[in-house]
Design a protein around this ligand. Structure first.
Ligand code: TUI
Length: 318
C-alpha cells in the first residue's frame, strides 16, 4: 500500500491517475480505473458541455469512487464543460493544452480539486498562485499534445518550484517508472498509453494492437511547425504529415488532413488517415489487460523498489 499526499487529498487507494485521453477516456474507462483504486478521468476533449455532462452522469452510475474530468482548454466548448463540471459536482478537474486560470474561482467555489497539467515550472508556479491543489508535470515522452521538457528534467524542477503536490506523467507504464517518479519528488503518477490498452478502453482492436506491437522508437512528433506538437505512433500517415511540415505545406492543407484523424484512429482503426496518439513507453506495453490489473501491477512493481531499491538492484550504499 503506497500512501501519499495525493491519495490522502483525493481519497483514492493508489497514487495512479489515468490520463484524460481524447476519444479514449470515456465514462466506462474512467469508472473502471476508479473502481480499480486509481483516479479515472473522463477526457472532455472537444465535446460540447451537454455531452460531457452525460458522461459524468454515466460515470457516477458506474462507480461510487472519486473520478475526475480532464478539460482540453483548446476546445471551443471549454467554457461549457468547465461550468458542467461545477454544476455536476465533479470532485477533480484536470486541464490540458492551456491556462485554466479564468475558471479557478468557479471550481474552487464548487469544492472541486483543481489539478492543471503543466509543461514547465513557470506555469506550475502560476497555477499554484491561482489556487491549484496540485499539478501534473507532463514530460514530452507522453502521447498527444506535448511540451518541450522530458519527464526526467521537468518533474524535479516543478517539484522545486511549488509547494503543492506534483503528479508525474510521461513515459511511465510500470513499477520502475513509478518508483523513479517518486524519486524525482512526485506524489503520484499519471499514465495514458498503458490505459489505451485497458480491456475497458473504447479504443478499437487495431489501436490496441498497434500500441502492443510498437517498439521503443515507434512514435513521432508532428505539428511542431503549427505550435501544437502531437506525439503519435509512426505510420505512413503520420510520416506524411511530418513530411508536409518539412516541405512547408500550407497550414490549411495540413489541418485538412490532421482534423478528425484521432477519431478515425480510435473508432475506425483507420491506418491510412488516423492519428494513433501514444507515448514513447508504447514499446513496453505488451498486452491488453483489465484496468484494475494494470493498476495492481504498477503498484506491485513499485512497492519493493520504494522499500529496497539498492538491494533490488544489487547496489551497495556505504
Ligand atoms: O493536453 C494534453 N494532451 C493532449 S490534448 C490533445 S487534443 C489536441 N488536439 C489537437 C491539438 C491540441 C490538442 C491530445 N493530447 N496534455 C497536457 C498538456 N498540456 N501538454 C502540454 C500542455 C500545455 C501546453 C501549454 C499546458 C499549458 C500550456 O501553456 C499555455 C499557456 O497559456 O501558458
Amino acid at each position: 500500500m503506497i500512501k501519499t499526499k495525493i491519495t490522502q487529498l483525493l481519497g483514492i487507494q493508489y497514487p495512479i491517475f489515468q490520463g484524460g485521453m481524447a476519444w479514449v477516456a470515456d465514462a466506462k474507462l474512467a469508472a473502471a480505473v476508479s473502481n480499480g483504486g486509481g483516479l479515472g478521468l473522463i477526457g472532455a476533449a472537444s465535446a460540447p458541455g451537454e455531452v460531457v455532462r452525460q458522461m459524468i452522469r454515466e460515470a457516477k452510475s458506474l462507480t461510487d469512487k472519486p473520478f475526475g474530468v480532464n478539460i482540453m482548454l483548446m476546445s471551443p466548448y471549454a467554457d461549457q464543460v468547465a461550468a458542467a463540471c461545477a454544476e455536476e459536482g465533479v470532485r477533480v478537474v484536470t486541464t490540458g493544452a492551456g491556462n485554466p486560470g479564468k475558471y479557478m474561482e468557479m471550481w474552487k467555489a464548487a469544492g472541486i480539486k483543481v489539478i492543471p497539467v503543466v509543461p514547465s515550472a513557470a506555469l506550475a508556479k502560476r497555477m499554484e498562485r491561482a489556487g491549484a491543489d496540485a499539478v501534473v508535470a507532463e514530460g514530452c515522452e507522453s502521447g498527444g499534445h506535448i511540451g518541450e521538457l522530458t519527464t526526467m528534467a521537468l518533474v524535479p524542477q516543478v517539484v522545486d518550484a511549488v509547494s503543492i503536490p506534483v503528479i508525474a506523467a510521461g513515459g511511465i507504464a510500470d513499477g520502475r517508472g513509478m518508483a523513479a517518479a517518486f524519486a524525482l519528488g512526485a506524489q503520484a503518477v499519471q499514465c495514458g498509453t498503458i490505459f489505451v490498452c485497458a480491456q475497458e478502453s473504447p479504443a478499437c482492436e487495431t489501436y490496441k494492437r498497434l500500441v502492443v506491437e510498437a517498439g521503443d522508437t515507434g512514435t513521432i512528433v508532428t505539428g511542431r511547425e503549427g505550435g501544437a506538437p502531437i506525439r503519435s505512433l509512426k505510420t505512413k500517415f503520420t510520416r506524411k504529415l511530418l513530411k508536409m511540415e518539412m516541405d512547408k505545406v500550407s497550414r490549411e492543407e495540413f489541418e485538412k488532413l490532421a482534423a478528425g484523424s484521432l477519431r478515425k484512429a480510435v473508432q475506425d482503426g483507420n491506418i491510412e488517415e488516423g492519428t494513433f496518439m501514444a507515448g514513447q513507453i508504447a514499446g513496453m506495453v505488451g498486452k491488453v489487460a483489465p484496468a484494475a490489473q494494470i493498476i495492481r501491477e504498477l503498484a506491485e512493481g513499485c512497492e519493493p523498489l520504494l522499500l529496497h531499491l539498492a538491494q533490488e538492484r544489487g547496489i551497495t550504499v556505504e
